[in-house]
Design a binder for this molecule. Sequence first.
Ligand code: BES
Ligand code: ZN
Length: 622
Amino acid sequence: MAPIDPHSFTDSTHPLTTHIALTLYFHFSSSTIHATALLTLQNPCTGPLSLDTRSLVIHKILDPETLTPLPFTLSSSEHPINGRHLTVSLDNHSSILILYSTSPSSSALQWLSPPQTFKKIHPFVYTQCQSVHARSVFPCQDTPAARVCYSAKLNVPRQLSAVMSARHCGHRDPVGSDLDGVLTKEATEFGLDLKSLWCEEGRVVEEFVMEQPIPPYLFAFAVGELGFREVGPRTRVYSEAVDGVLDAAAREFAGTEEMMRQAEGLFGEYDWERFDLLVLPPSFPYGGMENPRMVFLTPTVIKGDASGAQVVAHELAHSWTGNLITNKNNEHFWLNEGFTTYAERRIVEVVQGEDIAALNVGIGWRGLKEEMERFKDNMEFTKLKNNQEGVNPDDMYSQVPYEKGFQFLWRIERQIGRPAFDEFLKKYIATFKFKSIDTETFLDFLKANIPGIEKEIDLQQWTEGTGIPPDAQEPVSNLYTKIMSLANDFKLGRMPREDEVCDWKGQEWELYLENLSKAVEASQVIALDARYRLSESKDYEVKVAFLQLAISSRCRDYYGEVEKTLKEVGRMKYLRPLYSGLVQGAGKDEEKILAKRVFAEARECYHPIAQGVVEAILAKHV
Ligand code: BES
Ligand code: ZN
């Protein structure tokens, strides 16, 4: 066994999968998908083939040509991070057909019952596969080193429709031949008659193809009562079919095409044809997820002032850095997020101006310093390239790959100048597109293209060292400096005057609040809120930054608002600091009881990944 990824059972001596064809029958009342997966391998294989699975029931594995069963074993216990190892015995096979079902606990899938949706009439289901959850939707070599093309037929109730990270190529009645290759007899032995379920009245089939090879974590779908608005020549925004939500989203993201043009100028042509956006229910665990052709977004980015564009800029930037060039495994995650954060800020700089870009750099800088504090007993996680053996990527998610990665690239830009760095970036993307690479590959390319760079910048310290290198830098901007000095004044008891904050939007307040000393008096927190109503902000970045301050100063007046927030959103960027704030530290019995109760009540509404992350926070401190 030669592993290539600490988070996968994929064996480097086995051929990789190149194509996956899926048929997925959605059974909403049991929160289950009954499915078949046809995996095509790079070349014929004899002997064992290792695949990743989690929470899947494997009914049968067949030779797709003869439909004879192939022997397989599934490890008896589930590895807490990596799931279950599926081994299939092959005899010169270059493809295999797997008949399986997901289970209600499949970690990528959130099944929402009608009452959990906006319109409350139909159910909704969606995936979140990054980093290690694609294996809970279909068996695969779930490592970004194994890029696959895919096709999928989704059989869903007629009132619903589906979107995917792929080209949509059909919405039609189901036909028996959709399941060709799966004999009726075999299907019956499945434990249920898939063929007759498939062709039942009241169902519809949605077909998709993804012809460009993607890492499995970019596989995505959502099924529900969906509607859309056109917002640009290559962009529609989708969400649950509620006029108010669709209209607000269309306004918020009206500038998307402009951002795409700017991004193309910086990084080269957009390679994925369409750039559609899907606004998910509030339980979506991230701000955004860069699923190709169909970015997934939290509804919390719709704030009515187009500031949600920053998250779109980020996910758009992944179209080059992350989706075209992908980290080989999660130990090189900074190649995805560091480059994307850099690229996002370049886009923001053109469309929103240098001051806003500098604010974002400043918010990131603060976040990076906080991570250094958080990881002071585990400095491994402050390295760009780090050892993730036995590490759950969901639990150790941090700003380090984003912000230290950004700082590293910004440092290189300062060294060689922007024009040379821009040229380098374009060449880097053109050279490695559709490849999964590691830190060494990037460094070799850097040294080959910028001769002598290693004499100017300590590349090893940046990529393998702990902490923040001395040549990292805070942003330079008048607005940034002004806000930082106002934040400093708060310690001395001075609150900003109305005329100083009259044109502040969310990001200004966020930077201000995050830079206030954590140990301020409860009375000061109350006074600040009385004047500026931050606890009522519709911008969750501001509201949560304020509530964090309220928790750290033990200001009980706001615990009701904290509870309400934890029950209305499932974005982990908000859950993490609020739950951690409540349970961390000594003498916090009251807060711990509150956190436990709120989690017990809100848990069902969170995505399984968020449930796991909150559980880990509580387990550590309660
Ligand atoms: N790819 C990430 C989200 C992610 C990271 C999912 C790790 C699973 C594991 C996405 O591109 C991201 O970084 N989202 C940010 C957006 C922000 C930086 C603008 C988020 O969700 O907050
Ligand atoms: Zn990202």
